[in-house]
Design a protein around this ligand. Structure first.
Ligand SMILES: NC(=O)c1ccc[n+]([C@@H]2O[C@H](COP(=O)([O-])OP(=O)(O)OC[C@H]3O[C@@H](n4cnc5c(N)ncnc54)[C@H](OP(=O)(O)O)[C@@H]3O)[C@@H](O)[C@H]2O)c1
Length: 285
């Protein structure tokens, strides 16, 4: 009896202590603003074509000032003009992500224009479709150089700014090919590089977890872009994607924005080192 009362007392003490951590309804933030990026500065690499354009547009629509980077300056300028015509702020920086000096210049230009970098989206990427037995060392290294070394260089350069500020969110664009093979579209270097991106993200997230910087990945399935244009150019290619995807269709680029805004914003303040797969179910079967 006494022991029972003692346990009941301890249990009620614990519940009281637990409840002190609960925010009363009246004090809750307006959660509709959870994904708001007003005042944040975001760098998006590989924003001259394909998914990078949509990712930059999405961050801008959520309120961020965006710095778009890639090698084809004129395409970046088109995007900057579009963003500015919507009364949002953007600049472009010509940058090859495999070149450490150009990456430094990218981050310095962002700092000079907007004063900080809160968000980095490592999206620049290339693929090389070729059977392994004919893939050259140069081709293999080239894919790893852009997809992995580029991610490392941009993460490190932005990391210096973010570590000083004690905050930041880095989103690395991985792929379903980080997790599964495909065979019929042979691309060993690409798959190796995207597996490395997920692994790199986990380790760096662990290193910076107590320093206010979160790193996560988005792993897209099949989306139309320059990289995938051959696949989307024929009925045969599209039908293959429809057949293999549980949802029966490829993705629309804007369907990546939910994951992007979650991972960029404070809505994911307790999420780090993770990968959100956005693939219509490709990897579940
Ligand atoms: N589309 C898909 O279905 C799919 C699926 C999974 C993952 N992804 C990933 O999504 C990302 C974007 O690809 P995408 O599909 O949108 O293809 P994309 O249209 O070919 O875009 C690739 C972008 O990367 C840039 N880039 C390439 N090499 C670069 C370098 N050395 N330095 C700087 N920028 C470079 C390109 O710009 P410049 O040529 O102007 O430099 C371009 O803006 C890639 O990481 C890709 O692996 C795509």
């Amino acid at each position: 009896m006494v022991i029972g009362l003692l346990f009941a007392h301890i249990y009620s003490e614990i519940r009281c202590a637990e409840n002190q951590h609960l925010i009363p309804l009246k004090k809750m933030k307006p959660y509709s603003n959870l994904f708001d990026l007003s005042g944040k500065v975001a760098i998006v690499t590989g924003a001259s074509s394909g998914l990078g354009v949509t990712l930059a547009r999405g961050l801008s629509a959520a309120g961020a000032k965006v710095v778009v980077a890639a090698r084809r300056k004129s395409l970046l300028e088109n995007l900057v003009n579009e963003i500015r015509s919507a009364e949002n702020q953007a600049i472009s920086v010509q940058c090859d992500v495999t070149d450490p000096q150009q990456v430094e210049l990218l981050v310095n230009t962002a700092m000079e224009n907007f004063g900080t970098v809160d968000i980095l989206v490592n999206n620049a990427g290339i693929a090389n479709v070729k059977p392994l037995e004919t893939e050259t060392l140069e081709e293999f290294r080239n894919v790893l150089d852009v997809n992995v070394t580029g991610t490392f260089l941009c993460t490190k350069a932005c990391g210096h700014v973010m570590l000083k500020a004690g905050k930041g969110s880095i989103i690395n664009i991985a792929s379903i090919m980080s997790f599964v093979g495909i065979g019929v579209i042979p691309q060993a270097a690409y798959n190796a590089s995207k597996g490395a991106v997920v692994s790199f993200t986990r380790e760096t997230a662990a290193q910076w977890a107590r320093k206010g910087i979160r790193l996560n990945c988005i792993a897209p399935g099949w989306f139309p872009s320059e990289m995938t244009d051959e696949m989307f150019a024929t009925e045969k290619g599209i039908n293959f994607l429809r057949r293999q995807t549980p949802m029966g269709r490829p993705g629309k680029p804007e369907e990546l924005l939910g994951a992007l805004l979650l991972l960029s914003s404070d809505a994911s303040s307790y999420i780090t080192g993770q990968t959100i797969v956005v693939d219509g179910g490709w990897t579940i079967i």
